[in-house]
Design a protein around this ligand. Structure first.
Ligand code: NSS
Length: 434
C-alpha cells in the first residue's frame, strides 16, 4: 500500500506513489479527463483522473462535493499548481458519499459572502478555502503571540473568566448566576494581571473575553480573544515600545510562514511588508485636529468610533498610536498624567487599511488615594475592588499593560472582510447558532 502523506508534504514525495485522505472540494471534467480538488486540512491538491489510466469503475466514480475520499496516485511536480504539485490518480475510494451540500460551490467561492446562507451553516462553511486560510493564519498569529512573550521572559498566567466586577464599564457585562449571586463573564483579565505582575514581574494572558456589545459592526464580537501583557516598572513609553515590537513581529511571522494562505486570500502582501518600526504616535489632541481638517464633525472630548478611526488611519501606512486621552472618556484604572491632569497616560493603536483599533493600553494608576477616588467617580462599588486597591498598599510600583484583540488582528492581516470570519464560531449580537 502507498504511504499516507499530508498534502502540505507532497512536495517532498515527487515521483512516489502516495495516499491522500481527505474530502472532495471541487471537480471538473473534460470527457476523458477529470480534475478533482482534494483537501485534507493541510492544503488543497489537484488530482487528475485519466480515463485510459484507471480501472473503469474508478473513472465512473462521481461523488458529490464534500464526500470523504481516499485517493492514491503519483505525485508530479507542477510549477503552476498552488502547492507546486499535482496527483496522477491510480485509485480512489469513497469513504462516505455526501448528501447534496447545503452550501453551493458558487456561494462558497464568492467574494461577497451570502451570510444568510453561510452563517447558519458555519459548521460547514469552515471547510471553504478562504475560511480555511483565515483559520490557518489565526493559528500562526496565536503561535507567534505565545513565542513572542515566552522569548521575552513573560510568564503566561491565566486570569479567571467568572468575575465579580467590571473592568471596561458596566454596560457590556454578561451576567450569569453564581450560586445565587450575580457574576459576570470577564471583559478583560487586566485587574488580575496587575496582581500577577507584582508576583511574576512580566506576565501575559491569552484567552476569551466577553462583551455584550449592542453594536452590529464588522469589528465587534460578543466573545473574542485577547492577549494582555502587564509589566511591573514599565512606564507608558515602555509599553508602547513593546506593543509596536509585538505587532511588527506578528505581521512578519505570518508573511514568512503563511504565504500560501495570504495568496488564497488575495492579500496585498506589499502593504504588510511595510509594517516595520518605527510606527507612528500622535496625541489625542492632534487626532482631533486631523479629523476636523478632514471635515469630520468631532469636538474635543469625543471618543472615536469606527468612522473616525477609519478617517484617521487614511494618512498612515503603518499602525498609529493615539496617546493621552481626556480622562473622562477612559476607564478608572488609567494613570492620570502629571503634566496635564485632565489626561490619562494611555494609548490606542489603530491598524491601517481601515481596520482601526487593535490595541488599547495604558500605564495604571498606582496611587491608592487617586485610584479610590476614580473608582468612586465612576460610581463603581468599592467593596469588589478592595483587593485591587490592596495592590497599591503593599509595594506599589509603576506598571503598564495593554490588550490586543486577536480577531481584529486576524482580520487586518488576512484581509478578511468581516470579523465573523476570523474566529471558528462567532458570537454575534443575538446570534449563538451553531
Ligand atoms: O477595551 S480595550 O480597548 N482594553 C482593555 O480591555 C484593557 N483592559 C486591556 C489591557 O490593558 N489589559 O480592548 C482591547 C482590545 C481592543 O483594542 C480591540 O482590539 C479588542 O480588544 N476588542 C474587541 N474585539 C472584538 N470585539 C469586541 N467587542 C471588542 N472589544 C474590544
Amino acid at each position: 500500500m502507498p504511504q499516507h502523506v499530508y498534502i502540505q508534504d507532497l512536495k517532498n514525495h515527487v515521483g512516489e506513489e502516495v495516499e491522500i485522505r481527505g474530502w472532495l472540494y471541487n471537480k471538473r471534467s473534460s470527457g476523458k479527463i477529470k480534475f478533482l480538488i482534494i483537501r485534507d486540512g493541510t492544503g488543497f491538491v489537484q488530482s487528475v483522473v485519466v480515463k485510459s489510466e484507471v480501472p473503469e469503475e474508478v473513472f465512473e466514480m462521481d461523488p458529490p462535493y464534500e464526500s470523504s475520499v481516499i485517493v492514491r496516485g503519483i505525485v508530479r511536480a507542477d510549477r503552476r499548481a498552488p502547492g507546486g504539485v499535482e496527483i496522477t490518480v491510480k485509485d480512489m475510494e469513497i469513504v462516505q458519499e455526501a448528501g447534496e451540500y447545503p452550501i453551493p460551490a458558487k456561494v462558497r467561492e464568492s467574494n461577497i459572502p451570502d451570510v444568510d446562507v453561510l452563517l447558519p451553516r458555519r459548521h460547514l462553511w469552515v471547510r471553504a478555502r478562504k475560511q480555511w486560510a483565515i483559520l490557518r493564519i489565526r493559528d500562526e498569529i496565536e503561535k507567534a503571540i505565545v513565542d513572542f512573550f515566552y522569548d521575552r521572559g513573560f510568564t503566561r498566567a491565566d486570569p479567571p473568566i467568572l468575575t465579580p466586577a467590571s473592568v471596561e464599564g458596566t454596560t457590556t457585562l454578561f451576567e450569569t448566576d453564581y450560586f445565587g449571586k450575580p457574576a459576570y463573564l470577564s471583559q478583560s483579565g487586566q485587574l488580575y494581571l496587575e496582581a500577577l505582575a507584582m508576583s511574576l514581574g512580566k506576565v501575559y494572558s491569552f484567552g476569551p473575553t466577553f462583551r455584550a456589545e449592542r453594536s452590529k459592526t464588522r469589528r465587534h464580537l460578543a466573545e473574542f480573544w485577547m492577549v494582555e501583557p502587564e509589566a511591573a516598572y514599565f512606564r507608558l513609553e515602555d509599553i508602547v515600545d513593546l506593543a509596536e515590537e509585538f505587532v511588527e513581529y506578528i505581521v512578519q511571522r505570518v508573511l514568512e510562514r503563511r504565504p500560501l494562505e495570504l495568496e488564497i486570500m488575495g492579500r496585498d502582501v506589499k502593504k504588510l511588508e511595510r509594517i516595520r518600526r518605527p510606527f507612528y504616535r500622535i496625541t489625542y489632541e492632534e487626532a482631533i485636529e486631523r479629523l476636523k481638517k478632514k471635515g469630520m464633525n468631532v469636538e474635543y472630548g469625543d471618543d472615536f468610533g469606527a468612522d473616525e478611526e477609519k478617517t484617521l488611519v487614511e494618512d498612515f501606512d503603518k499602525p498609529v498610536s493615539i496617546m493621552f486621552y481626556p480622562k473622562e472618556i477612559k476607564p478608572f484604572y488609567m494613570k492620570i498624567d502629571q503634566e496635564d491632569p485632565t489626561k490619562v497616560r494611555n494609548f490606542d493603536m489603530l491598524a491601517p487599511e481601515g481596520i482601526g483599533e487593535i490595541i488599547g493600553g495604558s500605564e495604571r494608576e498606582d496611587d491608592y488615594d487617586k485610584l479610590l477616588q476614580r473608582i468612586r467617580e465612576a460610581n463603581l462599588p468599592v467593596d469588589v475592588y478592595e483587593w485591587y486597591l490592596d495592590l497599591r498598599k503593599y509595594g506599589s510600583v509603576p506598571h503598564s499593560g495593554f490588550g490586543l484583540g486577536v480577531e481584529r488582528t486576524v482580520m487586518w492581516i488576512s484581509g478578511a472582510s468581516h470579523i465573523r470570519e476570523t474566529i471558528p464560531f462567532p458570537r454575534l449580537l443575538e446570534k449563538i447558532y451553531p
